[in-house]
Design a protein. Sequence first.
Length: 243
Amino acid sequence: MSAEQIQVLDHGFVRLVDMMGGDKSVVTSARVSYGSGTKGEEKDRKLITYMLRHDHMSPFEHATFQFHVSCPLFVMRQWIRHRMASYNEISARYTEMKDEFYVPDQWRAPDLKNKQSSQAAPALDHERCTKLLRESYDKAYASYQELIKAGAARELARMVLPTSLYTQFYWTVNARSLMHFIDLRADANAQWEIQRFAEALASHFRTKMPWTWEAFLLHAWKGKNPSLDAEKSALLAKQPMPA
């Protein structure tokens, strides 16, 4: 695994392919209104913080990330709800799909308070649930291969494959939209699986745009996430006390 690739779930990953701009491009894009540029780290970071606090977001559109992602189809279907980005996905019409399906480490039960969410379920027979799942995968993939051998087009044979099948896509997104994605999908109310991908994206964002990341976490992050909340608390502890 390269330094630019983060493993997610059992077979997934988020790989940073390319990036244009960064913290300083956000600053220069904002200050062009006044015909000026960067003014040193302290003033530039203060500007980024000010813009995030007051929802002046267009300068963040001048920093762009390109990611290569591998995730289950059901995660991808949630992902593409974020439309302010560009997508190109592997085609099951042209490519025979791999025998690669998501198997959860732990099964969850419906959340009693939130109908669209889930919760830990120690009483579940996890071994039996996994056995049933794997048997279903084996049968589905065997049927897929039989249909192709029988002469069926890949675009039709794929109908037997479940939404837990891994897909791959390229995703190009600006920093403004990326922060919005993280704000919604790293939150504890999002499905557990997509939270893990949002955390991987956050890790790339933290590395490439540290000034914006810190300002986002301190002043714009609205969600709940144990690792991000702990990082925010650590940053708050380092803030100078008011005079």
